[in-house]
Design a protein around this ligand. Structure first.
Ligand code: ADP
Ligand code: MG
Length: 254
């Protein structure tokens, strides 16, 4: 950390720049929800998210996914290549839940072929539903691929590339998690453009309970219950976030 210069604080992470041009993320214990309106601190949260990010980045890189990840600096720091973050986030959903369910109920979205039977909150989708949301607006909103192209943010082939990578990443995570008693209900990814190669690579954090919805598999299969092992615990005041994040870490990494 010597010589690294503080750049800025995000909602959950602090960002430093090293003299060699790499960045260091310091995962803090801060948690926010509802576009930053609800805030708190939970001890051990930063360490849990950092450990999990390092774990997944290593696994994904071993599977051939290109990422910004360079090194892990325990207990709560991660070194990465600095990229220009794309102004959209990618969300992949495997269940009719969260904002997808809310938009469906309001009649704002057609999910016709994505669900077979009568549509209920929390039911599985027949295939992963991918969408883009804006990142640098005060309130994130879904954005169409056409709008992304019109804005000059990505071209058609880059959008296709990101979608293919996101599906691959989702498959790798979900198949691992299921063996650890966790359902991957949905997840968010950020990509950036490498300043060295110009390639689009996976950035930010991955596979943490801050950016994924994790559900306990047994509760879901045996009782049809959604037992959240992620930030929904905080959003919905359903328990102690520190304990839940620790439990997720144990299940995934031990
Ligand atoms: P936010 O409030 O945007 O969620 P975070 O607390 O998650 O911020 O801090 C991480 C910030 O760093 C995010 O704005 C993210 O887009 C950005 N970021 C992620 N990976 C990189 C990278 N490799 N280079 C530069 N910025 C990055
Ligand atoms: Mg973030």
């Amino acid at each position: 950390m010597e010589n690294a210069k503080f750049i800025r604080s995000g909602k959950a992470k602090d960002i430093y720049l090293r003299p060699d041009g790499d960045i260091i993320f310091l995962f803090t214990d801060r948690v926010t929800a509802f576009d930053g309106i609800k805030k708190a601190d939970y001890q051990g949260k930063g360490e849990a998210c950092c450990k999990l990010s390092c774990f997944w980045f290593e696994k994904l890189q071993a599977e051939g996914i290109k990422t910004h990840f360079k090194d892990c600096m325990p207990p709560n720091m991660l070194v990465a290549e600095e990229v220009s973050i794309l102004p959209v986030e990618v969300i992949a959903r495997n269940f009719l839940y969260g904002s997808l369910w809310k938009r469906y109920k309001k009649g704002e979205i057609d999910i016709g072929s994505l669900v077979q039977e009568e549509k209920r909150e929390g039911m599985p989708l027949t295939k992963s539903f991918l969408e883009f949301t804006t990142k640098f607006e005060s309130v994130d909103r879904p954005i169409t691929e056409e709008e992304i192209i019109e804005n000059g943010w990505m071209d058609r082939s880059e959008i296709e590339y990101i979608k293919t990578e996101t599906i691959k990443i989702g498959d790798i995570m979900a198949s691992y998690l299921v063996q650890r008693g966790i359902i991957l209900a949905d997840f968010k990814l950020e990509y950036g453009r490498s300043k060295e190669s110009g390639d689009i690579i996976l950035a930010d954090e991955v596979g943490t309970p801050d950016v994924c919805r994790f559900w306990d598999k047994e509760a879901h299969e045996q009782r049809g219950e959604i037992l959240s092992l992620d930030k929904d615990v905080f959003r919905e005041g359903k328990g102690n976030l520190s304990a839940v994040y620790l439990e997720v870490c144990k299940r995934i990494m031990e």
